[in-house]
Design a protein around this ligand. Structure first.
Ligand SMILES: *Cc1c(COP(=O)(O)O)cnc(C)c1O
Length: 451
């Protein structure tokens, strides 16, 4: 397919109406939500780009598979379908279902980590970091130095700093590192992919030091497609072959099926280690459920079994990566500063460069996100000083694209709204906090515009 139009490789069988609002109504709604988009009712949002997690549309094949769900407490055939499908791609001996990614993380780190341990990752996702820390260990991010520069374009900006990993092992000793994790794609690093070469290098370092190597696999299909497009030697391979090759480098993975599992809820934990698997299943029974359902319904397992396979279809991935890049490229060509190059699941606006007149303590990301809602009813999320307080490295606004939900017309609308806000950026004022919770304040904070 070499047309300019993005071809969505599906047609629509069931539609969800979007409620139109006027600017006056949005002003009112935003005030009532204290300028925090998390506090808006979703029904008052026109285009919801808050997250790509669990917000995707399922296919007819997934809905049909759900009807085949077997709800037996133990030994459900739906578990066999799920396990067979996951193993075909991931290749690990044990597959443990969980209700979402963070449950897999909690079980993995409670079993593998103890106080004083250190867990390296290219970049920990927020729940991953929190679960490492909850197990008493220290979460260390080892991104490439260039990953901190929004404008720098690299094909695999999500890679781990392998030299940094070797130095860390040297410094703290291998006994304190129970596992190394690699997040594909690197979500907190802008949805940037990791190359096969980098995964091989990390795997080699782990083997040399006999440290288990796990993937945070949430966006494995998008990562595989970026490798096909960008890494020499992979153009002729299918995304599935690439994913299989990558997972063969590791000892297991955690997965949120709400991302490239193409479902609204679900996740899993994989390992090749029989002893760990037994401990993990014991913990699973304690908090999630019996090992053949792990906190999910049989129908959810069926939907995941189909979804992980659909996420690797080339027509889908071509559309997915093209439509994200389409949004990024069309605003960047008019000068809008974004994290470059466009990632797989989201575009990140650089709010510091967008609103240079708004100082960091006045939350430029929150001010920009509020403006996108006012202008066109678009919901995004600030990833900056409100979310991370003093630890914020950048002031970003993330526009995450749900899977198979919006069409090119919707994305054209988003481009139009962003460019309108860009044109009047000089008028946009900063924000002040009027209420904050003692932790995870971004979810519930209240703000108001300055002056
Ligand atoms: C979403 C996500 C998780 C956590 O998964 P949940 O299903 O939200 O619990 C972990 N790691 C990464 C990279 C993610 O994107």
């Amino acid at each position: 397919m070499s047309t300019k139009t993005i071809f969505e490789p599906f047609r629509i069988k069931s539609v969800e109406p979007i409620r139109w609002t006027t600017r006056g109504q949005r002003e009112e709604l935003l005030r009532a939500a204290y300028y925090n988009l998390f506090l808006l009712p979703a029904g008052d949002v026109l285009i919801d780009l808050l997250t790509d997690s669990g917000t995707g549309a399922m296919s007819t094949h997934q809905w049909a598979a759900m009807m085949e769900g077997d709800e037996s407490y133990a030994g459900s055939p739906s578990f066999d379908h799920f396990k067979r499908s996951v193993q075909e791609i991931f290749g690990y001996r044990h597959v443990i279902p969980t209700h979402q990614g963070r449950a897999a993380e909690r079980i993995l780190f409670s079993v593998m980590c103890k106080k004083g341990d250190v867990v390296p990752n290219n970049t920990h996702f927020d729940t991953t970091r929190a679960n490492v820390e909850a197990a008493g260990a220290e979460a260390v991010d080892l991104p490439l130095p260039e990953a901190r520069e929004p404008g720098t374009r690299l094909p695999f900006k999500g890679n781990m700093d392998v030299t940094g990993l070797e130095e860390l092992i040297e410094r703290v000793g291998r006994e304190r590192i129970p596992l190394v994790m690699l997040t594909v794609t690197n979500n907190s690093g802008g949805g940037q992919p990791v190359s096969m070469e980098n995964a091989r290098a990390v795997s080699a370092v782990c083997k040399k030091h006999r440290i288990p190597f796990y993937f945070d696999a949430c966006r494995f299909a998008e990562n595989a497609y970026f490798i096909k497009l960008r890494e020499p030697g992979f153009a002729e391979k299918t995304p599935k072959q690439i994913a299989q090759e990558m997972f063969a480098l590791g000892d297991g993975c955690t997965m949120s099926a709400k991302k490239d599992g193409m479902v609204n809820i679900g996740g899993f934990l994989c390992t090749n280690d029989d002893i760990l698997a037994r401990q993990e299943k014991d913990l699973l029974i304690l908090t999630e459920g019996y090992p053949t359902y792990g906190g999910l319904a049989g129908r959810d397992l069926e939907a995941i079994a189909v979804g992980v396979q659909e996420s690797l279809e080339e027509d889908y991935l071509r559309y997915r990566i093209a439509s994200t890049a389409y949004l990024g490229d069309h605003i960047a060509e008019k000068g809008v500063p974004i994290v470059q190059p466009p990632g797989g699941h989201a575009i990140y606006l650089d709010a510091k460069a967008f609103l240079p007149h708004v100082p960091q303590e006045q939350f430029p990301g929150v001010a920009l996100a509020a403006e996108l809602y006012l202008e066109g009813g678009i919901r995004s999320v600030e990833i900056g000083s409100l979310m991370f307080a003093g630890a914020a490295r950048m002031e970003l606004v993330r526009l995450a694209i749900p899977r198979r939900v919006y069409t090119q017309s919707h994305i054209d609308y988003v481009v139009e709204i962003i460019l309108k806000v860009w044109a009047r950026r000089a008028e946009i004022k900063g924000m002040r906090l009027t209420y904050e919770a003692p932790f995870l304040r971004h979810f519930t904070a209240h703000l108001e515009p300055m002056g």
